[in-house]
Design a protein around this ligand. Sequence first.
Ligand code: HEC
Length: 323
Amino acid sequence: MAHAEAASPLPVGTRHAVSGEGRRPPYHPPDTACRVPTALLLAVLVWPAVAAAAGDAARGRVVFAIAGGCGCHTTSDGPVAAGGRELKTPFGTFYAPNITPDPDTGIGRWSDAEIITAIRAGETRSGRVEAPVMPYYQYAGMSDGDVQDLVAYLRTLAPVRRANRPAEVRIPFAHLAYRAWRLLFAARVNPAAAAPTDPLARGRYLADHVAICTDCHTPRDRFGAPDTGLYLAGTETGPDGDPVPNITPDRATGIGKWTENDIVQLLQTGMKRDMDNVQGLMGEVVDGVGGGPGYAQVPESELRSIAKYLRTVPPVRHQVGGD
Ligand code: HEC
């Protein structure tokens, strides 16, 4: 993957948004009625261009980077987004699917609307509800503009032929269970057409719905739903079984002593306040996985919004790990 445009200055979600999932701008033929054949011809020629213009792939790359490079979909040796990565949970082992544009094993035949429904509503093209290992309930709040740009970027990835591996789950009637789970626990978030621009609101939006800091840093209850009382307060058993620290501003057990700059530096470089480097999953979302982009490629203004927001969340005293 080329890193040439890595430092893209384009802020995410500030372009004008198209409302409605995957709806495309209508094609307006010239208004003289007798030009119908010309209009038809034009429509045929122009339509693919209009369809392809639904999202902006360059901005989508920034959304992808803010989403930690959608790292769950990439094994450490790549290729980016080709799936196959093993995700162990208390409910069984899942293998993230191939989300490259390969027509047979990836999402090459899916329409934009179908991909957006999978990302935000956790429902695949065949009508199956995804297991909540896929954090669709967080992406549910991703704005129309951002999700469309993200889809446009996914379509630019190199198609990789790699068949999906079925999950090994320990739940009876798993797909019905996922449907019930969605009904019970997936908040009905109504995504905005455009992402917020005010720094604090934007930081919250990015942390909760795009970078999903929330998903790793908030413990889950026994139903696998985020424990809202411990929002961002860390967990002994993160997505890969390792501890994830408390990042609320609690001074004793969280990151209350970190400045805004400390947080920005961590997101840009992976270096903690004590000059140690983050490891494991946090290292992955910062650096990206398999050569793809991560937080390190995100414009500083976006990371600063996240840092500003983090310093305003309610401090929760919750000790994770021995130190
Ligand atoms: C895929 C899971 C995952 C995601 C997503 C994630 N983190 Fe982390 N984060 C971790 C893990 C695991 C660690 C512990 C790393 C270590 O100790 O080396 C960590 C460490 C940190 C630390 C260091 C805290 C300390 O006390 O050392 C901060 C700050 C942090 N994350 C902030 C964030 C922010 C902000 C976001 C969203 C922009 C985020 N994280 C998204 C898993 C994640």
